[in-house]
Design a protein around this ligand. Structure first.
Ligand code: SF4
Length: 214
């Protein structure tokens, strides 16, 4: 919580997730794999302009046309297939009812998402937290990099090991997990980059790497 408090004091609320509907959040979580958010926004804008930013819209579009619309986000053929696969899961397991899907228990939904082509733990947990509001902590490359440098190492250097480190250290709260992940992304973009800018980091006074760089 000390790290969170310092990040929040420095950066303030991040207002995540940037999306105006639950399905927009889900599509964004799929399209943001290996992509900068500005490019994802262009892809989402294309879908919206085509009236296809909905499960029905994705379902009705031929896959090549869908791939063309999401092209700005990169890996567009694979991402079009992933969007189609998500919508198929929604139809087959939840009768096409997105609200029912998002209201299902977190563990059950996580397992269903992880069984779906192209959805890994980070994407599944982003959907669980930011679209469904479940208290699930999202781990990404920014999290691993910054917290390794800060000296917080999990027992197992795996996605689940990192997630457990946060879950056992924090109160279980979706609003807290929402803000914390967004703040870590901000930290990773502005200070804890591949080449860290420790002089500009709000955590430099508690970070061994930051102290060594001072
Ligand atoms: S002080 Fe440097 S290494 Fe430590 S978290 Fe900040 S940017 Fe990363």
């Amino acid at each position: 919580m000390d790290v969170y408090d310092r990040l929040y004091a420095a950066y303030g609320p991040q207002h995540w997730w940037p999306g105006d509907s639950a399905f927009g959040v889900i599509a964004g979580a799929i399209l943001t794999q290996s992509a900068a958010w500005t490019n994802v926004e262009r892809a989402l804008g294309n879908l919206k302009a085509a009236g296809a930013l909905s499960p029905e819209g994705i379902d009705e579009l031929p896959e090549p046309e869908l791939a063309h619309l999401v092209r700005p986000s990169g890996y567009y053929n694979a991402k079009a297939r992933k969007l189609k696969t998500f919508v198929r899961l929604l139809d087959e397991a939840y009768g096409g009812d997105l609200e029912a899907m998002l209201a299902s228990p977190a563990e059950e939904l996580r397992e269903a998402l992880l069984r779906t082509h192209g959805i890994g733990p980070e994407t599944a947990d982003s959907i669980l937290l930011y679209a469904a509001g479940h208290s699930v902590f999202v781990i990404d490359a920014y999290t691993r990099r910054a917290f390794s440098r800060l000296g917080f190492l999990p027992e197992r250097d795996t996605y689940d090991g990192w997630q457990w480190l946060f879950v056992q250290s924090l109160p279980s709260s979706a609003p807290l997990f929402n803000e914390y992940h967004a703040l870590i992304v901000r930290l990773g973009k502005e200070a804890c980059r591949k080449q860290p800018l420790c002089a500009e980091c709000p955590l430099s006074s508690i970070c061994p790497v930051g102290a060594a760089a001072a």
